[in-house]
Design a protein around this ligand. Structure first.
Ligand SMILES: NC(=O)c1ccc[n+]([C@@H]2O[C@H](COP(=O)([O-])OP(=O)(O)OC[C@H]3O[C@@H](n4cnc5c(N)ncnc54)[C@H](O)[C@@H]3O)[C@@H](O)[C@H]2O)c1
Length: 322
């Protein structure tokens, strides 16, 4: 059984620890905070607890390390784990600069280890359905995609709305379209904390001509977690706030009746919601990681896709600050 360590036992890390305790052998838990270690040592009695990351890296029988510490520590901890020969699942974003991410990708390839970024939404059954619809061609030609991630929610003082919220939508947009943007433009404002944008609008254009947009904000009356894909034949919405109708397909689109001399008209048909399995996305993400560790799947691609997300985030940041 794969032996896994989870580093970082704050808000998110314990969810990862719970899943790996179910799906694999949770061998180590690690946090620099003694109180967290004590709390989770009780909950995961089979795991050894440490505050020293190097101690778990020194365990030769440990296969994989999960990094769920604050973002600025990701690159360094992931690098040390790869250098120690461990497979790595690192929370999003795995690095704050494209060059750092490229270094991790190269290291993982060189050592033949998995480097998987924790892009949770890519394992969401609703997003998988979107992908199936886009790839299946039923939407017609995809014209544009846009994401809304807004809420009067947690106000961060380190990462801005782009890095904190946008990383989710961007990973989905790039996963759906499978292209690197030719243009990446962002506008936003830091209203509350200097240098930390609370509201960000992003525009992406792709070599195929498709376009995408993201509205990211924690200063907003709406709680929205929504992705819309507009195709020439159908349009589809993934709404993660919906309990049952997570995906809605609209048989709506533009068309050009021949008898109207080339004038565009709109067509409206049925609206329906396919059944989306209720599986926990995080469990699916952890399973996908274990599959890669077991040698199944394209680990190099997962790492490279992660690098594209960081690279695009960096371009959007340059635009935002430019
Ligand atoms: N995928 C998702 O939906 C999702 C959701 C929430 C958070 N996250 C990600 O999870 C990560 C952690 O977020 P959080 O909200 O749990 O943060 P947090 O601040 O609540 O927890 C981080 C923990 O890491 C510990 N830590 C710091 N440096 C460490 C080190 N060098 N070694 C070991 N432990 C260390 C801290 O003591 C703290 O307990 C972030 O990268 C965040 O982006 C992802």
């Amino acid at each position: 059984m794969t032996r896994v360590a989870v580093a970082g036992l704050g808000h998110w890390g314990p969810n990862l620890a719970r899943n790996f305790a179910d799906l694999a052998e949770l061998a180590w838990i690690c946090d620099v905070d003694e109180g967290k270690r004590a709390e989770y040592a009780e909950r995961f009695p089979g795991a050894r607890a440490t505050g020293d990351f190097d101690e778990l890296l020194g365990d030769e029988s440990l296969d994989a390390v999960v990094v769920a510490t604050p973002v600025p520590t990701h690159h360094e901890l992931a690098k040390r784990a790869l250098e120690a020969g461990k497979h790595v699942l690192v929370e999003k974003p795995p690095a704050m600069h494209a060059a750092e991410m490229d270094e991790l990708v190269a290291l993982a390839e060189e050592r033949g280890r998995v480097l998987m970024p924790g892009h949770l939404l890519l394992y969401h059954p609703g997003v998988r359905k979107l992908k199936e619809l886009v790839d299946g061609g039923g939407l017609g030609e995809v014209l544009c995609v846009y994401g809304n991630r807004q809420n009067l929610g947690i106000i961060r003082s380190n990462e801005n709305a782009l890095w904190s919220l946008g990383v989710h939508d961007l990973s989905v947009i790039l996963y759906l379209l499978e292209e690197e943007p030719s243009e990446a433009v962002a506008y936003g404002r830091d209203f509350l904390n200097e240098g930390v944008e609370d509201v960000v609008f992003c525009y992406l254009r792709f070599p195929s001509g498709k376009i995408a947009h993201m509205h990211l904000s924690w200063l907003d009356p709406h709680k929205m977690r929504r992705m819309t894909v507009v195709g020439t034949e159908k349009m589809v919405v993934f709404d993660d706030m919906e309990l049952e109708r997570k995906v809605t397909i609209y048989e709506k689109g533009p068309w050009k009746p021949v008898e109207r001399y080339g004038e565009w008209q709109t067509r409206t048909g049925d609206i329906h919601s396919p059944r989306i399995p209720n599986d926990e996305p995080l469990k699916l993400e952890c399973q996908a990681f274990l599959e890669l560790v077991g040698g199944n799947g394209d680990a190099a691609r997962v790492a490279r896709d992660g690098a594209l997300v960081v690279r695009t985030l960096e371009r959007l940041t340059d635009s935002l600050r430019g």
